[in-house]
Design a protein around this ligand. Structure first.
Ligand SMILES: *Cc1c(COP(=O)(O)O)cnc(C)c1O
Length: 362
């Protein structure tokens, strides 16, 4: 077989997967471990699938250092369904606090306002979602404090968790920086992440929930919205997204083999440093969206001097096999997403292109 064409993939999500993972999936596609069937063709109650989901869970537990009093769930409906399930399960009749730092936390906040009380502990929208809030207005009685560790569209990232008032559980949408660096899970009561940014294909969302949070679930919720029931069935109340869980499990294994999250964090920092250096040394030709102290290691939105130049940049980048660099329409310009699967060479190819493009057009 000839080598397949692979491009430098900066897509924001669904996004690049490690080549080794795709190759392993390819090798196992027609005959998973001697079953004579693909993972897509076996029962979710089979011992093979039991092995897949249990291994994925064990590898994630090791990778993130998840304590034993937390459950790991593999759910459907994306991070967007979590925006609704969270308040339904954890808020009861109380009020929840939200830190609004970009499109995704704003959306989570809006969903939480539909079925009960939610308040903004901070909102940086008036400043264009470029920074983390300087201070928080926290409710000491809040059912939980929700934040988004990385705003995928605005490129603003929390490197240290916000501190909730004593007794208020910390809840995090980690969709776009999940397993990008080590975190102290014990600071959190609840973490969720759509897999398709940094951990796998679309179709599965990973939830890490502290056991005591499960006791908050009210009695009358439909079962597929009920964390307690989903945890009790080991994410197997109904047919789970078997294939997505399988690939996500392979990504966890790949991350472990690469040296774990401290090694991955180093790689990610090296990639982001390269791109930010190209922006900072461009004399204003490239302008990053986020303020320096908050800028994301995962997603780097940036503008050029004109929309015409941005069009040309995207077109010429594409013809150089640099794919997925067009920014989100709400911010405009370009966005480089540098998830775990991208290697340092890919970031180098981008910065080399950026410098050459500036030389020609600056
Ligand atoms: C992409 C994204 C979402 C939405 O994820 P879906 O799986 O499409 O629902 C939510 N939060 C963040 C931070 C994201 O990057």
């Amino acid at each position: 077989m000839s080598d397949p064409k692979r491009v430098h993939n900066f897509n924001p999500g669904p996004a690049a997967l490690p080549l080794e993972v795709l190759q392993q999936a390819q090798a196992e596609m027609l005959d998973y471990k001697g079953t004579g069937m693909s993972v897509m063709e076996i029962s979710h109650r089979s011992k093979e699938f039991e092995g897949i989901i249990q291994t994925a869970e064990a590898d994630l537990r090791e990778l993130l250092g998840i304590p034993s009093n937390y459950k790991i769930l593999f759910l459907q409906g994306g991070a967007s369904l979590q925006f609704a399930m969270l308040p339904m399960n954890l808020r009861a009749a109380g009020s929840a606090d939200y830190i609004v730092t970009g499109t995704w936390s704003k959306t989570a906040f809006k969903e939480a306002q539909k079925l009960g009380t939610a308040r903004a502990a901070a909102n940086t929208e008036a400043d264009g979602f470029k920074s983390l809030p300087a201070k928080l207005d926290l409710d000491p009685k809040a059912a939980y404090l929700h934040f988004t560790s990385n705003e995928t569209i605005h490129g603003v990232e929390y490197f240290n968790e916000p501190t909730p008032p004593a007794g208020v559980p910390l809840v995090c949408d980690a969709s776009s920086d999940f397993i990008s660096r080590p975190i102290d899970v014990s600071k959190y009561a609840f973490i969720y992440a759509g897999a398709q940014k940094n951990a796998g294909p679309a179709g599965v969302v990973v939830v890490i929930v502290r056991d005591d949070m499960l006791e908050r679930t009210p009695a009358n919720l439909p079962v597929l919205l009920d964390y307690k029931a989903l945890a009790a069935s080991g994410s197997l109340h109904n047919t789970p997204p078997c294939w997505s869980i399988y690939i996500t499990g392979l990504v966890f294994k790949w991350a472990k083999q690469l040296g774990g999250l401290s090694e991955i964090a180093k790689r990610n920092k090296a990639k982001a440093d390269l791109v930010y250096k190209a922006i900072d040394e461009s004399g204003g030709f490239y302008r990053g969206h986020a303020n320096k102290e908050a800028r994301s290691v995962m997603n780097i939105p940036f503008r050029l001097p004109s929309e015409e130049l941005e069009e040309t940049f995207a077109r010429e980048a594409k013809s150089n096999d640099l794919i997925g660099l067009k920014g989100h329409r709400s911010v405009g310009g370009m966005r480089a997403s540098l998830y775990n699967a991208l290697d340092v060479k890919t970031a180098e190819s981008l910065t080399q292109f950026m410098r050459e493009f500036q030389k020609k057009n600056g």
